[in-house]
Design a protein around this ligand. Structure first.
Ligand SMILES: [Zn+2]
Length: 139
């Protein structure tokens, strides 16, 4: 059980760790941290203040344009694309169907092993890169 299940959240809620029973994420304008990994959700709503998103091991197919997102852990999902997330610093998107990494100006940590990407763009702030089992070459 989590506060999704007990409905103990409101529009002021900033932090949620969802349990495995959740199937849907409500639209919470002030949410900054969302953990919904290992759940049956299929969609992430447009959460304008979200900074940290853990949605790995789910059936989501899309990451919405989350303008304030800093950390994204979306490995082992069905996503095919990473949107242009201007504030993203950490991206863990291994074991997905993505084919490219967009030009993310603030990215420092990128984990994209077991994907279909063929190229890593020039990311000037990148300090950590893991890209096993891709055919990417660092350009
Ligand atoms: Zn719950």
């Amino acid at each position: 059980m989590c506060i999704f299940c007990t409905k103990e959240y409101d529009e002021k809620t900033t932090y949620i760790i969802g349990c495995s029973s959740i199937t849907e994420i409500p639209l919470l304008p002030n949410l900054t941290t969302l953990h919904c990994s290992w759940t049956n959700i299929t969609e992430i709503p447009l959460l304008p203040n979200l900074k940290t998103l853990h949605c790995y091991n789910t059936n989501i197919t899309e990451i919405p344009l989350l303008p304030n997102l800093i950390e994204l852990y979306c490995y082992n999902t069905n996503i095919t694309e990473i949107p242009l997330l201007p504030n993203l610093k950490t991206l863990v998107c291994s074991r997905t169907n993505i084919t490219e990494i967009p030009l993310l100006p603030n990215l420092t940590d990128l984990y994209c092993s077991h994907t279909k990407i063929t190229e890593i763009p020039l990311l000037s702030n990148l300090t950590t890169l893991e890209c096993w089992n891709t055919i990417a070459k660092n350009t």
